[in-house]
Write a protein that binds this ligand. Structure first.
Ligand SMILES: [Zn+2]
Length: 431
């Protein structure tokens, strides 16, 4: 196969094109040469020899300055981007240098680093694909292992976190994300400025201590620049935000309120359905779960019919449903005064409903009335869907099978797909 390819390439009138010619053309390093390329012993891989260019001193990996040689390590391989069905390896004997500043250390090589089996170009290549596909699919597509894909993503993310700039930061959102089983949560912090939305930070747990970690990373100066914060009603978040960015306008994210109402409604429906079954009534609430939880415009014609039928009955579920459906009007007001009046009206109605899960929500909304009304002050410069959008992207990222669901893996996957991190630069654009 390769011979055939080389023959075809030889038609190029300039000269017979060899692999090393292509490499010298696109992936050239002044301090190194490619003396030859050959098939590996299995005939399924290509080995490309690399040597230091004569007379060029090795660079110390510690300080990146030329240093006198010390010794050679045994030849090792760096896996490169495979092509035309062949795995490709660079073979090189790493030198050690005796650096005046750093002592005896390994040399710096431009295509890889001492710790990784894969070349930098290949890691970037795999990591880019791992953003489009799941990690498992990426490993399968390029005949490599899940672990190598994971190492590639870790390399690119580590580089990105070291090289990103955090300032300027005006608006941020805090979001909680369930993961694994057994009520474990991550805290995600996003930048939600109009010119840049990205994931800034992933925290273990959703406690005061863990959320403080974000502000430690930011530093006081950057935290002081924040003008707007958006969060849900989780107490530790509210507390830390009060402590760390009290001058910022604090608004509540709409989405968690909607989902809490849905949860309350679901509770009411399930309890009432059980009661009706126990009392031997007609099972009116059977198959109504999605009819009441979904947004109306997402219902199938059959579900719409089911819902219309259900609404004729005087059930707690129906009353809770009507309250839930009524609430979103709140967000449509322009004036905080009218919005405030609507809020009070809705809460009063709900408190009279004698439906405890809904009353709980009314009490919670009342307790956070000022925060809720901040929404109307901030609306002009902030689109409330941003946090919700990022939340869904994060969920999709986590749902794709990333293998072991450890915190570290989730953290990598999230930074990788939502962090908009800078990537290492290559001298050649492999695609
Ligand atoms: Zn050094």
């Amino acid at each position: 196969m390769l011979r055939f390819i080389l023959e075809v390439l030889a038609v190029v009138p300039l000269r017979a094109m060899q692999l090393t010619t292509i490499l010298n053309h696109g992936y050239h390093f002044p301090r190194f040469v490619y003396p030859h390329a050959r098939f590996g012993p299995d005939q399924k891989s290509i080995e490309i020899a690399v040597r230091p260019r004569e007379g060029s001193a090795a660079l110390c990996a510690g300080c990146r300055r030329p240093a006198p040689g010390y010794d050679h390590l045994p030849e090792r391989s760096f896996e490169c981007i495979p092509f035309w069905g062949f795995l490709v390896f660079f073979l090189y004997s790493m030198r050690r240098v005796n650096c005046r500043r750093c002592g005896v250390v390994g040399e710096e090589v431009p295509w890889g680093d001492g710790k990784h089996q894969l070349s930098k170009a290949y890691m970037l290549f795999l990591a880019r694909w791992a953003r489009q596909l799941s990690w498992k699919e990426t490993a399968e597509a390029f005949h490599t292992s899940w672990e190598k894909v994971c190492a590639a993503v870790a390399y690119v993310v580590t580089f990105g976190l070291q090289h990103r700039t955090l300032a300027p930061l005006r608006a941020m959102g805090v979001d909680e994300m369930p993961y694994a089983k057994g009520h474990k949560y991550l805290t995600l912090v996003y930048q939600i400025d109009p010119h840049l939305t990205r994931l800034l930070w992933v925290g273990r747990e959703r406690t005061v201590e863990s959320f403080h970690g974000f502000f430690t990373l930011m530093g006081e100066e950057l935290a002081a620049q924040i003008q707007l914060v958006c969060s849900d009603l989780w107490k530790p978040y509210l507390q830390v935000l009060r402590e760390q960015c009290s001058p910022a306008l604090h608004i509540l994210d709409r989405f968690p309120i909607v989902s809490q109402m849905n949860k309350a409604l679901d509770e009411v429906r399930a309890a009432e359905a059980r009661e009706m079954a126990r009392a031997g009534h007609q099972p009116l609430l059977k198959k109504t779960r999605w009819c009441v939880l979904q947004r109306k415009d997402h219902l199938t014609p059959q579900q719409k019919f089911r819902l219309r039928d259900l609404l004729r009955y005087n059930l707690r579920t129906v009353r809770a449903y009507l309250l839930k459906e009524d609430f979103p009007q709140f967000w449509n007001y322009n004036s905080p005064t009218w919005a405030g009046m609507f809020l009070e009206f809705w809460c009063r109605q709900t408190m009279r409903s004698r439906i405890e899960p809904m009353k709980k929500i009314a009490r919670m909304l009342r307790a956070h009335r000022p925060l809720l009304l901040h929404y109307f002050k901030a609306r002009k410069e902030f689109s409330s869907g941003v946090v919700e959008g990022l939340h869904h992207k994060a969920k999709v990222t986590m749902r794709k099978s990333y293998g072991f669901r450890t915190f570290r893996i989730l953290e990598l996957a999230l930074y990788h797909s939502l962090g908009k991190l800078p990537e290492p630069e290559l001298t050649h654009e492999f695609f």
